[in-house]
Design a binder for this molecule. Sequence first.
Ligand code: 5GP
Length: 122
Amino acid sequence: MAYQYDPENIFAKILRGEIPNQTVLETEHSLAFRDIHPQAPVHVLVIPKGAYVCYDHFAQAASDAEIVDFNRAIGEVCKREGLEAGGFRLISNAGEAGVQEVPHLHVHILAGRPLGRMLQKA
Ligand code: 5GP
């Protein structure tokens, strides 16, 4: 499948500085910022700077350097937000079944309250 990246998606605009964000961490290849509609006391989005639609696109097409940087960025956000003790959840929605709203890869880091079971019935 060919992944179609839309350069007008909201996270592309954030990366270009066209829309403000509350940055938590910026690295060479990744950006972490607070979700505009937080679902938990801690709700941070981590995105690669590259044009990847979703996790599988990234895992297939990104360079080793980007993949390492992205995963290290997630680890660093968890550390900075002090999530080790209380725990957290990572979510990366993809496509229609995943109900992905923004078509630029992002991992949600959620923490700060009990998050319930992993999935709800649709
Ligand atoms: P998805 O459903 O695609 O996994 O999640 C997209 C997330 O992006 C949602 O949690 C939504 O609140 C967040 N979001 C959408 N627009 C913006 C924005 O302009 N700024 C920030 N910081 N988050 C946004």
